[in-house]
Design a protein around this ligand. Structure first.
Ligand code: GDP
Ligand code: GDP
Length: 458
């Protein structure tokens, strides 16, 4: 499971500066989708091969009143859900009473905490940092987030316990190894057969009250639940195995339907972190939006995260019952306007309450999964690349024609195509996009983003 790193500290110590630095590279994909604002609190980071969820908890200074207390509560909840806390302090401002209050809280929660003295640029770092030892949380790490100094070291150190699980060894600058296995036609077919027997992990996500529980209950009510899993902890989703039309699924239930009904708990609080973890762990994400509320910022935030994670995606517009045509038209034009840029995802209009349209959802889920995991032989990928090249020659770069040599698979879910050739790094984005769309059409990829990467030589 992907680790969650929470950035904690009083206001102005540099949390959002660090957050931006950690999430920037990974936002490349989201940046390709204009109109998709990214969440300034939750991000997906990729550094030194480590992938993690990073949460900016906002400022807590220990003296909150009123609405501030509620914000502080949210920050505290984020701390509860985090695996690792980076506790930022300001090396220039020195130790403050608020730092002490936060430290006391972290000590009580017994969270894995790393004290970071930020803004050490241009000052005598060692002497400035010495006083933070008094926080009683062990070693003090020096950082200058705005310069990027100490950031990689900090992450490598804090996440070292996860290195093995992520297939990494420490002190490496390389990306995590990907499934770059090349297939012949026969191997691709055999692998495809094997994949058909694996369950599809389907995360049902959406902001509170969109109908996640209603839909999950409807799905479970219609179908035979194969096995009940063991009870999870409150911070994690419930995994429910399910068989439907001969296909096995594991529903990742972020709404906590089963737990709620069984333990008579009150409605669980929606948790963004829980949702993000579910996205990470899923093959396919089913994003539910509420027809009566239209597309909200929070919907776009969850969508951005799913896109950034490269997950296969199906969108369900729920509560399509009992609304008049005028509202339906309005919702549809809003979908066009705000979600028109994700042309790969199927959109369904459903009523979880009445069960309308629910069956068809699974057709799209299956299609998205198949597109996302389909094995394609090297020769087929190279053929498609060649056809694209014949259709539309790569442009000249420095007076010389860029030459594409061959293509092979570089990963799945999302599917990645790696193209080798000369001077390919210099290809303009427009050509790269053309290539991506050509592969999408030729392979009939539906329901998942697809990536085309270019590698020098071959
Ligand atoms: P937050 O309130 O904790 O999110 O703090 P911000 O990230 O907004 O940073 C507060 C101020 O500190 C901004 O003006 C940043 O530019 C500045 N800052 C952040 N990191 C550093 C650093 O490493 N060195 C210096 N000199 N300034 C920094
Ligand atoms: P969750 O927080 O996403 O799990 O949302 P719930 O499943 O608890 O649903 C929130 C509210 O919306 C409940 O009152 C449901 O009865 C209602 N609801 C859910 N699905 C539908 C639907 O398809 N149509 C209508 N009209 N109401 C629905």
């Amino acid at each position: 499971m992907i680790p969650v790193v929470a950035l904690v500290g009083r206001p102005n110590v540099g949390k959002s500066t660090l957050f931006n630095r950690l999430t920037r590279t990974r936002d490349a994909l989201v940046a390709d989708y204009p109109g998709l604002t990214r969440d300034r609190k939750y991000g997906r980071a990729h550094l030194s091969g480590y992938e993690f969820i990073v949460v900016d908890t906002g400022g807590i200074d220990g003296t909150e009143e009123g609405i501030e207390t509620r914000m502080a509560e949210q920050s505290l909840a984020a701390i509860e859900e985090a695996d690792v806390v980076l506790f930022l302090t300001d090396a220039r401002a020195g130790l403050t009473a608020a730092d002490q209050v936060i430290a006391e809280h972290l000590r009580r929660r017994q969270k894995t905490t790393f004290v970071v003295a930020n803004k050490v640029d241009g000052i005598d770092a060692d002497s400035a940092c010495a006083e933070f030892w008094a926080l009683g949380l062990g070693e003090v790490y020096q950082m200058a987030a705005s310069q990027g100094r100490g950031v990689t070291n900090m992450i490598e150190y804090a996440l070292a316990p996860y290195a093995e699980a992520m297939g990494l060894t420490r002190d490496t600058d390389e990306e995590a190894p990907e499934d770059e296995r090349e297939y012949t036609e026969e191997e691709a077919e055999a692998e495809q057969k094997r994949l058909q027997d694996l369950p599809i992990k389907l995360a049902i996500i959406g902001k509170p009250n969109v109908g996640k529980s209603t839909l999950t209950n409807r799905i479970l009510g219609e179908e035979r639940v194969v096995v009940y899993d063991e009870p999870g902890t409150t911070r994690d989703s419930i995994y429910i195995p399910l068989e439907r039309d001969g296909q096995e699924y594991v529903i990742i239930d972020t709404a906590g339907v089963r737990r709620r009904s069984k333990v008579h708990e009150t409605v669980e609080k929606f948790s963004v972190i829980k949702t993000l973890k579910a996205v990470e762990d899923a093959n396919v994400v089913l994003l539910i939006v509420d027809a009566r509320e239209g597309i909200a910022e929070q919907d776009l935030g969850l969508l951005g995260f799913a896109l950034n994670a490269g997950r296969a995606l199906v969108i369900a517009v729920n509560k399509w019952d009992g609304i008049d045509q005028e509202v339906k038209d309005r919702v549809k034009s809003e979908l066009d306007r705000r979600l028109g840029f994700i042309d790969f995802a199927r959109i369904h209009f459903i009523s979880a309450l009445h069960g309308t349209g629910v069956g068809h959802l699974f057709e799209s889920v299956q299609e998205a999964y198949e597109s996302a995991t389909r094995r394609v032989s090297t020769s087929m990928l190279t053929r498609i690349m060649q056809m694209a090249q014949d259709d539309h020659q790569p442009p000249l770069v420095n007076g010389r024609r860029v030459k594409l040599k061959y293509a092979h698979a570089g990963g799945y879910n999302p599917p990645i195509v790696v193209i080798h050739g000369n001077q390919v790094k210099k290809l303009p984005d427009s050509y790269k996009r053309f290539m991506m769309n050509y592969f999408r059409r030729s392979l009939k990829v539906m329901g998942t983003p697809i990536q085309v990467r270019f590698q020098e030589g071959g």
